[in-house]
Write a protein that binds this ligand. Structure first.
Ligand code: ZN
Length: 324
């Protein structure tokens, strides 16, 4: 079996969408690349953030439900989502977060992989990782977060599980990742060339309590495959290996299959194609509510159901310049 080419996206649950947009666009400097609804529950938004074009490996997505029950980060979940930033940038990020009243905590200072821990408004645990490994990916450039410091994309996801050997078994034998290091209770695995965006850290839970998937927790993590044909092959293979894998679901910007790994984390395998410019031009990404063809007849009711949100102008700078 071939290997996944790395992380595609991480999806988490949030409270009010405006607080979510303000944090991910203004504080973290990502671009809102799609404003749509949860296809399985169209009365609520599904917001996608990423780089300029929303390339796979840069994506963080949310189901925001105002007033959602607060979840608990714990065993059986992806407990931390790390983003890649340039080496030497964490000092700038600390100052940037402090100016916005966002607390952050520096870890592993002086090591080859410095980390800045921060929580989003719903308590979701994030890290900015400044690694000595060069990350060649182009960042989204905004006045608030200039390109020299900006997030390059995902760095890694941390999975906290009670019995790491089973989760590591699925990642290596079924998804084709390889073990690259083992330190304390943490096993690092990598896909592709093992750079930022290709990394999964599996942590032995110890006596930590079980997670509760609700507000402020990760719902699932998604791995990449190039296209539908590759996805079909994976689906067949995963079913053969005894996983309860879903049928192929059309997510409009990619197609998806899902299965739960034995440690409790929901895994998705998503295609790189067709991408986020399939229903609006790149300059306009995120500006208006986009619905897939099968929900378009319900647009009026959906627009009444979802909260009003406003998007910082920096999300569509070129389009704004044209409009003035
Ligand atoms: Zn997903």
């Amino acid at each position: 079996m071939s290997s996944t080419s790395g992380l595609h996206h991480v999806t988490a649950i949030a409270g009010h969408p405006q607080a979510n947009i303000d944090f991910y666009v203004t504080a973290l400097g990502l671009r809102l690349v799609k404003r749509t609804v949860n296809f399985d529950s169209p009365g609520a938004y599904h917001l996608y953030y990423g780089d300029a074009a929303g390339r796979p490996g840069s994506l963080m997505t949310f189901f925001p439900w105002p007033g959602v029950q607060q979840g608990r980060i714990g065993t059986g979940q992806s407990t931390s989502t790390a983003f890649s930033v340039p080496a030497g940038s964490l000092g700038w990020w600390r100052g940037h977060f402090a100016a916005l009243g966002v607390e952050s905590e520096l870890r592993s200072a002086g090591s080859e992989e410095e980390r800045l821990l921060v929580r989003d408004p719903d308590g979701l645990q994030l890290e900015l990782v400044a690694s000595s490994t060069e990350d060649p990916r182009d960042p989204w450039d905004t006045p608030a977060v200039p390109a020299e410091h900006a997030v390059r994309g995902q760095h890694s996801s941390v999975l906290t599980v009670a019995r790491p050997e089973r989760t590591i078994g699925v990642l290596t034998e079924d998804l084709g990742l390889r073990v690259v290091s083992q330190r304390g209770g943490t096993t690092r695995l990598a896909a592709g060339d093992g750079g930022p965006g290709d990394i999964v850290d599996v942590v032995a839970a110890g006596r930590g309590s079980e997670g509760l998937t609700a507000g402020g927790t990760v719902h699932h993590i998604a791995f990449r495959v190039p296209d539908r044909a590759a996805q079909e092959a994976w689906r067949h293979e995963l079913a053969e290996r005894g996983h309860h894998v879903t049928t192929v679901l059309d997510r409009q910007y990619f197609t998806s299959i899902y299965f739960r790994e034995p440690g409790g984390v929901l895994f998705e395998i998503a295609t790189d194609t067709p991408g986020f410019d399939v229903d609006e031009p790149l300059l306009e990404l995120g500006r208006s509510l986009k619905l897939p063809p099968w929900l378009e007849p319900r647009r009026e009711a959906i627009e009444r159901a979802v909260p009003r949100i406003s998007l910082p102008a920096e999300n569509n700078p070129a389009a704004d310049a044209v409009g003035r």
